[in-house]
Write a protein that binds this ligand. Structure first.
Ligand SMILES: Cc1cc2nc3c(=O)[nH]c(=O)nc-3n(C[C@H](O)[C@H](O)[C@H](O)COP(=O)(O)O)c2cc1C
Length: 157
């Protein structure tokens, strides 16, 4: 691939592509499920709505994620929480490895958020280095009066 007449390949091309994708502004979600008596979560900004009827949403899961199997389970309720401006710390914590926490911590994430969806796995597609994950939305809640956490050019706003 060429940029301004310069041939890009390998790591350079991958970094440039990531930089270009980072120009698309997104919100941030925490995807959380119950793991025995604890909870596990992951930070995701690849979320997008897909269908209103039936209610289907999507996100993309990196195949290198150590906990990928946990986020591809059938008959598990996944909470997809839309983070507010105050929740940068949560986004950073849930982007790290081995992320388990208790119910009190989950309740605080929910309380400070913009709202959430409760979903079940619907379909998974194998797409390059990611899985495209589709969820059916079982219920949802809107929590008013907060500003969103915004992600642009790899920075929080
Ligand atoms: C802002 C932000 C957005 C992210 N979006 C995604 C995403 O859409 N899909 C994904 O698989 N990982 C995403 N990640 C990375 C995961 O949160 C992170 O790799 C994962 O929690 C690491 O856990 P692991 O131990 O399962 O590898 C994102 C990270 C950040 C900081």
């Amino acid at each position: 691939m060429k940029e301004h007449g310069i041939e890009l390949s390998g790591v350079n091309l991958k970094n440039k592509f990531i930089n270009c994708l980072s120009l698309f502004t997104t919100g941030i979600t925490s995807i959380i499920y119950k793991k025995e008596s604890q909870y596990e979560g992951i930070t995701v900004n690849s979320f997008a709505p897909v269908s209103l009827k039936p209610k289907i949403i999507m996100w993309c899961l990196d195949k290198t994620s150590k906990s990928k199997k946990n986020f591809l389970r059938k008959n598990v309720i996944y909470k997809i929480i839309f983070l507010s401006k105050k929740q940068k710390k949560i986004s950073k914590k849930l982007a790290s490895t081995n992320n388990t926490f208790n119910k009190l911590y989950l309740n605080n994430i929910v309380k400070e958020s913009l709202g959430y969806l409760e979903c079940k796995l619907y379909k998974t597609y194998n797409v390059g280095d990611h899985y495209l994950v589709l969820h059916k939305v079982k219920s949802f809640k809107i929590l008013k009066g907060k500003e969103p956490l915004i992600f642009f050019k790899s920075n929080y706003f």
